[in-house]
Design a protein around this ligand. Structure first.
Ligand code: CS2
Length: 461
């Protein structure tokens, strides 16, 4: 079976291929973090711009942690297949906008310093935003690259595409904190924009089964296809210093303030994902679609959103929150794109502060208890013990949760553990004492009697 590469493009049936000539692409963008999500999302919007003939926006991708992306994609001329699937079928598309893949920091800095590049986008995951290491972190690399770029005086826009409240502002602050070369900070403030954006497309890590499936339906091999849902949304703060691709061509929304969109997505969609992941793992579910179809978990989720999240959410003007919630449930039920509970659960120590803590803080500030979300934090703790209710093991990555794992080893008593996590780790915001007492009791019920017993007293319908 042939392998995907440039010469195959003219022979593909039922696969959308670039409508433009790749040899004429210029390099106008750099992307840091060449994972599946970028390729399913921002790259798709860029593809629509290229299709319309604006060929300034070829992308150089950087993947510094491993050479996996380069090893898989370079032999395919940087081409890859996006497989969008849902219950009704699938659509295949080969993207052509990626022109090169860099794996070392120096080459990446040189690319960012190139005045022809006008936009840098990032998908580096939540936890990398706390990383302030001068040489290894994204913020450090950006600061050094900007120091080189300043010589050319070419303005730049740096666009964060991670699930973080105020992602652009957070990134801009960490970059500026490292801009200590003479004159650099003030140049960056004037000439470099850090717009925020809200990104949304469910894109699980592709598996060997996905690669086999693609071989069977398309008749060629692709070492690194992307599997995602058909739905996609991108809301971008319209604050650029230099030219940018007209991503509106792919349906992106450019707005003055993305905060309401980010909030709604993080507190409704991502919070729901995390909640289903932790309770789902405890109940032995491997995927989100199984968890969302569990009657008890679904009822609990709806009640959490209706009773605890919605009342404290300032949604974007004109958004129908109930319809949005219904669409989340539908999307999560898409078994054509199985999303592993363990993947969503990973890095909870960085995700939950974006997804759940803001609602908890708002509820407590209003003097209202939020027992469902409090129990969700307990479920997270319980999964860190590594055992599902049926005794099988739970394993996922979350290095940031190490302080909690440490406390779990030394505290047997559930109420004492809740107090210790609140007191001794920096992972939770300042919880009011009554919330901690309530969580202690809820955690005791969860650990001693299981998920159903812990949910039952909270379910009102
Ligand atoms: C998920 C997100 O893995 C996770 O934590 O909640 O990646 C989610 O699929 C995306 O934000 C959807 O846009």
């Amino acid at each position: 079976m042939p392998r995907l590469n440039s010469s195959l493009l003219t022979q593909l049936d039922h696969v959308r291929v670039p409508a433009y000539s790749r040899d004429r692409l210029q390099t106008g963008m750099v992307h840091i973090g060449l994972g599946a999500f970028h390729r399913a999302h921002q790259a798709m919007y860029t593809e629509r711009v290229l299709d319309r003939g604006d060929l300034r926006w070829g992308t150089v991708g950087a993947s510094l942690r491993t050479t996996n992306a380069r090893d898989a994609l370079a032999p395919q001329d940087c081409l890859y297949t996006v497989c969008a699937r849902d219950q009704d079928g699938f659509e295949l598309e080969v993207h052509g906008g990626l022109v090169d893949i860099l794996t070392d920091a120096d080459a990446l800095m040189a690319a960012i310093a190139d005045p022809q590049v006008r936009v840098v986008t990032l998908t580096i995951t939540e936890k990398r935003y706390q990383d302030a290491d001068r040489t290894g972190s994204a913020a450090g690399i950006l600061a050094s690259a900007l120091a080189r770029r300043m010589a050319s005086r070419a303005p730049l826009s740096i666009l964060s595409c991670d699930n973080l409240t105020g992602n652009g502002r957070v990134l801009g602050e960490s970059v500026l904190a490292l801009c200590d070369a003479p004159g650099l900070a003030s140049w960056v403030r004037d000439q470099v924009a850090f717009p925020s954006s809200m990104v949304d497309r469910i894109t699980p890590r592709a598996t060997a089964a996905d690669r086999k499936w693609l071989n069977a339906v398309a008749g060629y091999t692709d070492a690194s296809p992307v599997v995602c849902e058909t739905y996609s949304q991108w809301v971008i703060e319209d604050d650029f210093r230099a030219a940018r691709p007209e991503w509106e061509a792919g349906g992106a929304l450019l707005v003055k303030d993305v905060a309401p969109y980010e909030r709604a997505k993080l507190r409704l969609l991502n919070a729901s994902h995390s909640l289903l992941a932790y309770f789902g793992l405890l109940k032995g579910y491997e995927t989100i679609h199984e968890a969302v179809n569990d009657a008890e978990l679904r009822a609990f989720l709806l009640q959490t959103l209706d009773g605890e999240v919605k009342p404290h959410l300032k949604a974007p003007a004109g958004m129908d929150v109930n319809a949005y919630i219904a669409s989340i449930l539908r999307r999560f039920g898409n078994h054509a794109v199985p999303y592993r509970t363990a993947q969503v659960a990973s890095d909870g120590s960085h995700k939950l502060p974006q997804r759940i803590h803001p609602t908890l803080k708002a509820a407590w500030a209003a003097g209202e208890p939020a027992p469902c979300l409090e129990l969700a934090l307990c479920a997270w703790l319980q999964t860190l013990k590594g055992k599902a209710e049926d005794g099988t093991s739970i394993a996922y990555d979350d290095p940031g949760a190490e302080p909690v794992r440490e406390l779990l080893r030394t505290h047997d008593d559930p109420e004492g553990l809740i107090q210790a996590v609140a007191r001794e780790t920096a992972l939770w915001p300042a919880f009011p004492q009554d919330a901690l007492l309530r969580m202690g009791r809820a955690f005791a019920r969860l650990t001693q009697n299981g998920v159903s017993a812990a949910l039952a007293p909270l379910l009102t319908r």
